[in-house]
Write a protein that binds this ligand. Sequence first.
Ligand code: ZN
Length: 245
Amino acid sequence: MNIAGALADLYTLQEHDQELDRIKEQQEQLPPELVEARRQWADLSERLAQLKEQYLALQREYQQNDLEIKDLAAKRKKAEDEQLQSTSVREQTQFENRIQQLSTRIDELTELTMPILEDMEELAAKIKALEEEAAELKPELDALEAANAERVAELEKEYQAKFARRQEMAGSIPASLLREYETIRRARRGVGVAMVKVQGGVYLCEACSVQLPTHVAQRVYQSQQIVRCPGCGRLLWRGPEQEEG
Ligand SMILES: [Zn+2]
């Protein structure tokens, strides 16, 4: 294989891969208005859920008290009926006491139950207000979601077109070299092949800036074999200017 040529192709391929990476990043970058609308929606939903839970708890408490009051009232009614039928003074007094006790308990429970109803009304008003707020936000959120989905789909079209060209290009690169490049690129923040830079008479890896020992730089320029940077392990390409020579 012509190593210098293959590395040059690989370097061009990498530029395409980096462009594809940028498109993927753009797809994931959500518009700030959408992020804000989603945050507001999540916040509203959570508050609504909490209030509804509180409301249900109060409702259960209210229903329990209400049942108990009805039960006590029935017992009182029975005691009253029995009192009417009783002829003994002693029994009359006993029924009187029982009726009194039941009435006291009913009054206590009723007094406890009234504030629960008031709290429920207050919660219901809060829930209604939040539901109105949510109903207002929903179309705005939906429009932002739709616009974003369209934006992502446009980028996806661009991505697929560029990816097809990239695959075509990759077809001309030796498979083993391509695999090596892809493995390094995945491990090394999207850069698998680096150019050698000459700076102040020394050779540097463009990716990690390590100074290359002369014998390493020589092997890169000879292009007889694949050379990896001793600093970062990336494939080293000697660069375009010497290519024709
Ligand atoms: Zn390096």
